[in-house]
Design a protein around this ligand. Structure first.
Ligand SMILES: [Zn+2]
Length: 233
């Protein structure tokens, strides 16, 4: 399932030599196409209900004439902005790469993190004590506000009293309590990251309410996935 938001890198967009060769109209059409491809299945392909879009359909979606779209598509294709699958379906190479990367990250995460990354390499005495809300309530509030009250990882709206503060670089990997290393996260995402990094304590909690789900992510996973009960944990 695709996220409700689209990963977009303004500097890449503006620096992309292929896009820069295209007219403003062609670039506008490409943005419309990216929005359709983001919601498509498979994500990154210009399909609706599994069928490649015709020029006429693209024109209808983008609110442009068939002639305009025909010429913009030729411009984009000549510049190499998009690729076509064997059956002619237009796709975004970048979006497909992102999808593949997400799938690989997810698989790695469920196995406890990328095997090449050694966790906890910073000696205990050199680690900072993890930030807690009670250390600096104003700082916690700023971090919460910076994420617009939504989880940094899944964008789910958070309740202030039941959110966690997550370290982008884990303390055990040398991460600091600087504000730019701290993000607001929901208990589920924070728990999953804690499990992936081999951490099982819960002193990142900033909420006051006890949340057994967040404290025992293993138990939660078993409850949510009954089939995983038999597997080793
Ligand atoms: Zn989340």
């Amino acid at each position: 399932m695709s996220a409700p938001w689209l990963k977009f890198y303004p500097s890449d967009w503006r620096a992309d030599p292929a896009l820069r060769m295209c007219s403003i109209g062609a670039r506008g059409l490409w943005m419309e196409m990216l929005c359709v491809m983001h919601e498509a299945t498979p994500r990154g392909s210009l399909v609706v209900n599994g069928r490649a879009l015709s020029t006429r359909q693209i024109a209808a979606l983008a609110g442009a004439s068939v002639d305009e779209v025909t010429s913009y598509l030729a411009e984009l294709e000549d510049a190499g902005v998009f690729s076509r699958a064997d059956d002619g379906t237009i796709f975004s190479r970048r979006m497909q790469r992102d999808v593949e990367k997400e799938a690989a990250d997810k698989a790695n995460g469920s196995k406890g993190g990328h095997p090449d990354i050694r966790r906890g390499t910073v000696p205990k005495e050199e680690r900072v004590r993890r930030f807690r809300r009670s250390d600096a309530p104003a700082k916690a509030q700023r971090i919460f506000d910076r994420s617009n009250g939504c989880c940094h990882w899944c964008a789910k709206p958070l309740e202030y009293d039941n959110h966690h503060i997550d370290h982008l670089i884990a303390v055990r990997d040398g991460g600091s309590n600087d504000e730019d290393n701290l993000v607001a996260a929901c208990p589920d995402c924070n728990g999953e990251r804690a499990m992936a990094s081999g951490r099982n304590d819960t002193d990142l909690r900033v909420g006051m309410r006890a949340d057994p789900k967040a404290q025992k992510p293993e138990a939660r996973d078993q409850k949510d996935n009954p089939e995983s009960k038999s597997s080793t944990t």
